[in-house]
Write a protein that binds this ligand. Structure first.
Ligand code: KG4
Ligand code: ZN
Length: 335
């Protein structure tokens, strides 16, 4: 079965062709980061307009790359939510128009389910059940994943997401938007121990997180430093990354202890973070835990994870939607 995946929930236009037998045939992502960076964050109306410009050329690109035509597509998976309403509608519009024209089923995918299942794009793929650490721009969650559609929330952030904390720290340090990769790179030049930042909720005894206090601690450190020369910014970035990584890794290991599972998968944009990967690899090696990441390019938003989740849904007997047409900007994963 050849499935087309379409992702337009935020500031990346992602399209992919996934073959149920062969795997991923082609995928393309257009990032709007340069366009939004002038505004310090995503401007929803600009995002929608740019998705409109990009979706069809990207579709032609992946068809050409995989040597397929539109009529080879057997089903279409599209991010139905959560996300920006106007942006989601662009993807849904394309999916349903194609589905109608080709007479193919359209399956709406939850964006977070796409991230959760994205480690299955890696080889070797993890087997169920596993603990998933989902760390994106909007979410920080630990889940027990028993199978497709079987998700138990173990803990989550009570305020900011880890990615949001990276982005806000980047702003405070004058690194622009989005800040995750920039903070991570700058941290490499920081001196270990030059600053020490708090580890919020490290010993809270549950699997929840809180990152808003850390952002305030970064602000206070920056204000105290006064002159934010390159080295001071790098030192603060290093302390920030160390604090986030410490909390994420400690809680992820606690989630494995609590569930009795020995497989951890990491998904979402922050999963691309080099320091987090290194720390988790160390811990996993020590404890005999199997650790899985999506390929780095598929950690952030993309169409491949949506195609894969859509295929899993179709195989699990999900009713395909055609004719009706809607998006769910707010959509709790549990429902
Ligand atoms: O999963 P994602 O692409 O989009 C959402 O669904 O939110 O995650 C985006 C987030 C942003 O906050 C970005 O700063 C962060 O992931 N991010 C990183 C890295 N790459 C992306 N954070 C830390 N280190 C990175 N290398
Ligand atoms: Zn995402």
């Amino acid at each position: 079965m050849l499935i087309l995946g379409i992702e337009t929930s935020c500031d990346e236009t992602g399209l992919a062709l996934y073959d149920g037998d062969v795997g991923l045939l082609a995928h393309r992502v257009h990032s709007q980061v340069d366009m939004h960076s002038a505004y310090g964050g995503v401007v929803p109306e600009l995002a929608s307009r740019d998705h409109i410009r990009r979706v069809l050329p990207l579709l032609e690109d992946i068809l050409a790359e995989s040597g397929r035509t539109r009529s080879d597509i057997d089903a279409i998976a599209v991010t139905e939510g959560p996300g920006l309403a106007g942006a989601l509608l662009v993807g849904a519009g394309l999916a349903h128009a194609l589905g109608y024209a080709l007479g193919r089923p359209v399956v709406g995918v939850h964006h977070l389910e796409g991230h959760l299942l994205s480690p299955l794009l890696a080889r070797p793929a993890p087997s169920f059940p596993f603990v998933a650490l989902l760390v994106s721009g909007g979410h920080t969650q630990l889940m027990r994943v028993g199978g497709v559609g079987d998700y138990e929330l173990l803990g989550e952030t009570l305020d900011d997401a880890a990615g949001e904390a990276f982005d806000k720290t980047a702003q405070l340090l004058g690194l622009g938007y989005p800040g995750g990769p920039a903070v991570s790179r700058l941290a490499e030049f920081g001196v270990e121990g030059a600053y020490h930042l708090p580890r919020p909720m490290l010993n809270s005894g549950d699997l929840n997180f809180s990152f808003s206090g850390l952002k305030t601690a970064v602000l206070t450190a920056a204000q105290r430093a006064g002159n934010l020369c390159e080295q001071v910014r790098a030192d603060i970035a290093r302390a920030f990354v160390a604090a986030v990584v410490d909390v994420l890794a400690t809680k992820a290991m606690a989630a494995l202890d609590r569930t009795g599972l020995d497989t951890l998968v990491v998904a979402g944009g922050v999963g691309a973070n080099a320091q987090l990967r290194e720390r988790l690899q160390e811990e996993a090696g020590r404890r005999g835990v199997q650790l899985h990441f999506p390929p780095a390019a598929l950690c952030t938003d993309n169409g491949a994870m949506i195609a894969l989740a859509g295929l899993a849904r179709l195989r699990a007997g999900a009713g395909s939607r055609s004719g009706s047409f809607g998006v769910q900007p707010r959509w709790p994963l549990g429902s």
